[in-house]
Design a protein around this ligand. Structure first.
Ligand code: 13P
Ligand code: SF4
Length: 298
């Protein structure tokens, strides 16, 4: 039996649903029931009609699915798929920030561990960071852990942000020079970048958006060609959604953790019910409050 048929059969047997992030390998995106950005996946994970969720993404995303579905089994096909950006901050770092800035609310980007989310007042994704920050009464806001998303959010809001110095190596590796070369090769293409990119890269873009926001931008834009300043997996996603448009990615923009998930590991995950993602109850309860507060905004 081929591997795709095997996955389909196991999915039925386990009453499972497969969720995949936009950065997943093409073949993993193709077998998923739902593909999306972090916010879309968090929303999709609420009340899914299945007993098992196989989460094809990185650990912080699978943890969110677990927190939002305490009664379901959440599996990640490779439990070493982490996010180096999330690892730049610990719960005690957040507690220290709170002590240094008494009374200032904490916004945690979802690219954080569940125990960091548990220390936050509210979460945000790259799709809603401005809206989340604006929803707070305080003029000052602690924003963790992504520096560039913090700078972008501050620029587009009227708050003063106290920003943690974390960054995503994949996105800061996208240089202005790389994009200029691409633009010379494709002069009619629009440059679309993720807000985890460096400010000088954001400054030269036609649009700055989360991966889900990029889908919306391309759908509404008359242009036929786009240079995509985010992880390569999203170039496949966009090409599949818009087969008549052209997308140019940057070959160095690859997240090794996202690419750890393969079809074989998805099959083994369903076959052996591995690797179960769990979050201790007290952490899950506090983190859920911060995530649900974000989800309630829209
Ligand atoms: P999105 O929320 O835009 O999908 O991004 C998630 C991520 O990990 C960016 O590197
Ligand atoms: Fe984390 Fe960057 Fe990979 Fe996104 S692309 S999961 S922020 S390391």
């Amino acid at each position: 039996m081929d591997i795709i048929a095997e996955i389909e059969e196991l999915k039925k047997k386990r009453r499972a649903i497969i969720l995949a992030h936009n950065y997943q390998r093409p073949e993993v995106q193709d077998i998923a029931d739902f593909v999306g950005d972090s916010l879309e996946l968090a929303r999709e994970a609420v009340d899914v009609d299945a007993s098992v969720i196989v989460f094809c993404g990185v650990m912080f995303m699978a943890e969110m699915a677990t927190i939002l579905n305490p009664d379901k089994v959440v599996l990640i096909p490779d439990n070493s798929a982490g996010c180096p950006l999330a690892d730049t901050i610990t719960p005690s770092d957040v507690r220290k920030l709170r002590k240094e800035h008494e009374g200032v609310p904490v916004v945690a980007y979802v690219n954080t561990t569940a125990s960091v989310k548990a220390e936050a007042d509210i979460c945000c994704t790259s799709a809603n960071s401005v809206e989340v920050v604006q929803s707070l009464e305080s003029d000052e806001v602690i924003f963790v852990p992504d520096r560039n998303l913090g700078i972008y959010t501050q620029k587009n809001s009227d708050k003063h942000l106290i920003i943690w110095e974390g960054a995503c190596g994949v996105h800061v590796g996208i240089s202005k020079e790389d994009l200029l070369i691409m633009k010379r090769m494709h002069p009619n293409a629009k440059i679309v970048v993720h807000p985890e990119c460096n400010p000088e890269v954001m400054d030269m873009a036609d649009a700055i958006a989360s991966t889900g926001g990029m889908v919306k931008y391309v759908r509404e834009c008359d242009a036929q060609e786009f240079i995509i300043g985010t992880e390569m997996g999203h170039v496949y996603r966009l090409s599949r959604l818009f087969p008549d448009k052209k997308f140019y990615g940057l070959y160095n923009a690859v997240c090794n953790d996202m690419k750890k998930i393969t079809l074989e590991k998805v099959r083994d995950s369903l076959k052996n019910m591995q690797y179960r993602v769990t979050v201790p109850d007290d952490i899950a309860r506090k983190a859920r409050r911060a995530i649900e507060r974000m989800l309630a905004l829209r």
